[in-house]
Design a protein around this ligand. Structure first.
Ligand code: IPE
Ligand code: IPE
Ligand code: MG
Length: 241
């Protein structure tokens, strides 16, 4: 049986894939369950896609797990998501190490509950020597928060004469974002049918290829991931030239 995996050209892989993991709530509601059941099932998709990315040789995978706007959801859902996050990170650390995956996190991590923050930092430290896939979790992340934060840091450095205004280049700005050291995404995937970016990596996606699918996140499997890569490889990236 021919699969999308066989159609991938391994010499032209996207270096960085970012995913807006959407549709957990709708997936659960359609089955008569509480939204939280959808989040729980979304963990399987995270595991599958991380494994697929590592096996294929993708260098960076960024997953939008929780936005700054998501803090405004009902407290019960926020708590459940935080708990799920902590449990998953703890349980998956040995697998990440086995697969040579290094974990990173971007976002306003100071807003995470203390226990979640500690466990997250522990997993980051314990996987920091791995040099295969870099898995970036966007947690309490939004692009406007990130850009606002970068401007504050940059203004401070101008004020203390660490940098002069005339030297501020696009590269300088990139270096003040939480994604410094991470290349811009080549491909961004959003599941569950919404055609919007929802405050994700606005600066970084200037020339990213966008891919939207109706599949809800808890149904997203390796083949769906490979299909997106094959679609990406059919496109001509011109970068304005
Ligand atoms: C994505 O699923 C997960 C998070 C945003 C945390 P949603 O919870 O947004 O599910 P829908 O989009 O309402 O179906
Ligand atoms: C975007 O999904 C955030 C994450 C996937 C973590 P949302 O469900 O929060 O976005 P909107 O409300 O549909 O724009
Ligand atoms: Mg949603």
């Amino acid at each position: 049986m021919s699969t999308f995996k066989d159609k991938i050209d391994l010499t032209r892989l996207p270096r960085h894939i970012a995913i807006i993991m959407d549709g957990n709530g709708r997936w659960a509601k359609e089955r008569g369950y509480d939204r939280i059941f959808g989040h729980q099932n979304g963990v399987t998709s995270v595991r599958e896609v991380t494994e697929a990315a590592a096996e294929t040789g993708i260098q960076y995978l960024t997953l939008y797990a929780f936005s700054t706007e998501n803090w405004a959801r009902p407290q019960q859902e926020v708590n459940a998501l935080m708990e799920l996050l902590v449990d998953t990170i703890e349980n998956e650390t040995p697998t990440l190490n086995k697969n040579n995956v290094r974990l990173k996190a971007i976002g306003d991590l100071s807003r995470l509950p203390e226990g979640a923050g500690i466990k997250l930092q522990r997993c980051i430290a314990e996987t920091s020597k791995n040099n295969g896939l870099t898995l970036v979790l966007a947690l309490s992340y939004s692009s406007r928060w990130e850009i606002n934060n970068a401007i504050k840091l940059l203004c401070n450095d101008v004020k203390s004469s660490k940098i002069s205004i005339n030297d501020i280049s696009d590269e300088t700005i990139s270096n003040y974002l939480t994604t410094r050291e991470i290349p811009d995404p080549d491909l961004m995937i959003r599941t569950s049918g919404e055609i919007r970016i929802s405050n994700f990596l606005l600066w970084q996606i200037a020339y990213t290829e966008l891919y939207f699918t109706n599949t809800h996140w808890p149904d997203f499997r390796k083949e769906n991931f490979y299909e997106a890569i094959v679609d990406y490889q059919s496109r001509e990236r011109r970068f304005g030239k």
